[in-house]
Design a protein around this ligand. Structure first.
Ligand code: FES
Ligand code: FES
Length: 216
């Protein structure tokens, strides 16, 4: 015998006498929705017609001058623009990656005045006068020149698989070395812990940072 419950299988006595049926509930909410539209409150064609007026208001924007990879830029951006979006969408520098866009993965790491930051959490308009270094500006010989020692070490140690986290790992590794947090592999692991590698290349990443810091 089937034990599946259907609407008709529910004994009438289990439903409180005053509870609305599904049919009356739908009828009631439809009527209320119609009343809201008729009253010109929040939804429906009447409200949509008013939208262009609100959309005409431009979002607040700001002007900022900053140096990126040795080149000065002055831009006007929406105040909500992150440094990551400024780099990728306004300055055509897509090397810094957008992983979580919430400060949790480190794929967007760049150096601001020599300090590593999550560019997805940094508002561009607050960076007046700063110097930003991204993965594109790391190699001393430029894009076609000699690589940075940590870039070479990543290649020698084969410290990547898909490569999506790699720009952030390298920029964070440069910061880690400059800060002097390379006394041991544990210390490197600790100070690189904000950079996630979904491919699990951590052992080789730590080796690459260590090799660059100590020539091992
Ligand atoms: Fe910035 Fe993940 S994209 S921390
Ligand atoms: Fe794939 Fe790190 S190499 S996420």
């Amino acid at each position: 015998m089937s034990t599946e419950l259907t609407e008709s299988a529910v004994p009438p006595s289990t439903e409180p006498p005053s509870a609305p049926s599904r049919r009356t509930f739908i009828a009631t909410t439809t009527a209320v929705g119609g009343a809201v539209v008729a009253g010109g409150l929040t939804t429906g064609p009447a409200a949509l017609a008013a939208e262009p007026e609100a959309a005409a208001e431009a979002p607040p924007s700001g002007r900022v001058s900053l140096t990126v990879n040795g080149k000065r830029h002055t831009v006007t951006v929406d105040n909500r623009t992150s440094l990551l979006d400024l780099l990728r969408e306004h300055l055509n520098l897509p090397g810094s990656k957008k992983g979580c866009n919430a400060g949790a993965c480190g794929a967007c790491t760049v150096l601001v005045d020599g300090r590593r930051v999550n560019s997805c959490l940094t508002l561009a308009v607050r960076l007046e006068g700063v110097e930003v270094t991204t993965i594109e500006g790391l190699a001393p010989g430029g894009e076609d020149g000699e690589l940075h020692p940590l870039q070479k070490a990543f290649i020698e140690e084969d410290a990547f698989q898909c490569g999506y986290c790699t720009p952030g790992q390298i920029m964070s590794g440069v910061g880690c070395i400059q800060e002097g947090h390379t006394g041991s592999r544990d210390e490197i692991r600790e100070w690189m812990s904000g950079n996630i590698c979904r491919c699990g290349c951590y052992v080789k990443i730590v080796r690459a940072v260590e090799q660059t810091a100590h020539g091992k």
